[in-house]
Design a protein around this ligand. Structure first.
Ligand code: NAD
Length: 451
């Protein structure tokens, strides 16, 4: 294995050759990536099962399928996105034409987390390739089999001077962050996001930070409770709650709390059965450290249902906690596991106030039939993105840029936003030589007055 520095140097000189900027090259690369993924589909499913006990259904729908969709969508639209965009010019620029050219940054670094270890490493790569960049990918050390499979796919599809996978833990990330990249795309926790941004600042490297936080879910008194419960149970407990946009906690209107919680209990039963810990398709917690952290939350408030754990298999039942306040430890950090605390409110403003008191969440979900309640929440609360009457689904539309705000990150990707993220927009004014308007020059007839 060559040293990081040597691979980056090779990528820099390959990028300088201009090869990756050709549209036909990028299209071909996306086809190769797609073929590489399809050729390793079985291996990927096995790796995700081994690393996180992901069922084939979840592994395909939330990891492999999403990435293949992203590639397909990008291939369909790339020619249009990559075209220089003609823009208007003001009257003072008579005779000129304005254009915006999208050009790749150069060599990009993609640092990925473990929770969707395939999707969150490879979906940003689609944007990087589409825009014409070279890329170094560092997948998570906590999901070694998936990271190894990603490495195999990339080796089978690309030369290392174009796209390369470097595996390793924190020291590897630290070593990579010392190098000069032209773009850094990071997905992970808030504290590490800060480390990445600090390291990037040393080289003035632009960054996208896809971070986490506590994403609230509001269930208003007029919500369709049965549907709300089902969609919340799906969004929260898939991947055992280890989803950056999973509802972290619920604010439910006092008047419907009991009915809603009873629907939620039924919904969880329908999705995972009476004894989820015995369900072979129930995802496990990624590591003992994360398991212990989550287990410590189980004493908070009152357990309405769930609460069972299996230390050996690192699984925790879908759990709902009642009688919870902001003073409880479970409300002090992102949960990132299958534990769902429930707070109640009387007036919508209480929920909005509670949410606004926290750093900008990555997602917000609101269940209500009322347009005015929707508008009130959309106007008064800032969040990365979200859904009305659903959870998580916004991130699978390629027409909606996905990213955070404030503590949940900066920048966005998915669909055209992925292409834009990895492109510098170069503004160019094309001037005529057929005439030369005099008014900008000093000491000319009709020119600017000399002071
Ligand atoms: P993490 O920040 O611990 O790790 C992410 C990456 O950074 C890994 O590749 C890791 O090796 C590297 N890393 C870890 N510590 C480092 C350090 N000190 N210096 C340099 N690099 C370091 O995150 P995680 O535990 O893998 O993922 C969970 C977090 O990611 C949660 O907060 C979750 O909300 C967030 N997340 C966000 C999104 C999103 O799209 N916004 C998606 C998934 C996860």
């Amino acid at each position: 294995m060559e040293s990081h520095g040597r691979i980056i140097e090779k990528q820099q000189s390959y990028f300088t050759s201009g090869a990756t900027k050709e549209l036909s090259y990028r299209i071909d690369a996306l086809h190769r990536l797609k073929a590489g993924i399809k050729g390793h589909e079985r291996q990927l499913l096995n790796a995700l099962k081994s690393d996180l006990n992901k069922s084939e259904f979840e592994a395909y729908s939330t990891e492999i399928g999403i990435v293949l969709e992203e590639i397909g969508f990008t291939l369909k639209h790339l020619r249009a996105w990559a075209k220089p965009r003609k823009v208007k010019t003001p009257i003072t620029h008579f005779g000129t034409k304005g254009f915006i050219y999208s050009e790749p940054y150069g060599v990009s670094l993609i640092l990925a987390p473990w929770n969707y270890p395939f999707q969150l490493a490879v979906a940003p790569l689609v944007g990087a390739i589409a825009a014409g960049n070279c890329a170094v990918l560092k997948p998570s050390e906590l999901t070694p089999r998936t990271s190894e499979t990603i490495s195999e796919i990339i080796r089978a599809s690309f030369q290392e001077e174009y796209v390369s996978v470097i595996q390793g833990g924190i020291e590897t990330s630290e070593a990579l962050l010392k190098e000069k990249f032209d773009y850094i795309f990071f997905t992970g926790s808030v504290p590490v996001g800060k480390i990445v941004m600090e390291a990037a600042a040393r080289h003035l490297t632009p960054v996208t930070l896809e971070l986490g936080g506590k994403s609230p879910c509001i269930v208003h008194e007029d919500a369709n409770l049965k549907l709300a419960a089902k969609r919340i149970a799906w969004g929260k407990f898939m991947n055992a709650g280890q989803t950056c946009v999973a509802p972290d906690y619920i604010y439910v209107h006092q008047s419907v709390k009991d009915r809603f919680l009873s629907e939620l209990r039924d919904a969880v039963k329908e999705l995972y059965g009476e004894r989820p810990l015995l369900n072979p398709g129930y995802t496990r917690v990624v590591s003992r450290r994360h398991f212990d952290r989550l287990e410590a939350f189980l004493g908070n408030g009152t357990t309405l249902f769930g609460g069972g754990t299996d230390k050996e298999n690192l699984t925790i039942e879908p759990t709902v906690l009642e009688d919870i306040g902001w003073e409880h430890p479970v409300m002090k950090e992102e949960i990132f596991g299958p534990i769902l605390p429930v707070l109640r409110y009387q007036h919508l403003s209480e929920a909005a106030y509670g949410i606004r008191n926290q750093p900008g969440p990555l997602a917000l979900y609101l269940f209500t039939e009322s347009k005015s309640v929707q508008e009130e929440v959309l106007k008064s609360v800032s969040f990365g993105g979200g859904c009305i009457n659903d959870t998580v689904y916004h991130i699978v539309s390629p027409y909606l840029p996905f990213g955070g705000v404030g503590n949940s990150g900066m920048g966005a990707y998915h669909g055209q936003a992925g292409f834009d993220t990895f492109s510098h927009r170069k503004s160019v004014l094309k001037q005529t030589t057929r005439f030369d308007l005099p008014f900008r020059y000093p000491n000319r007839k009709n020119g600017l007055k000399q002071i």
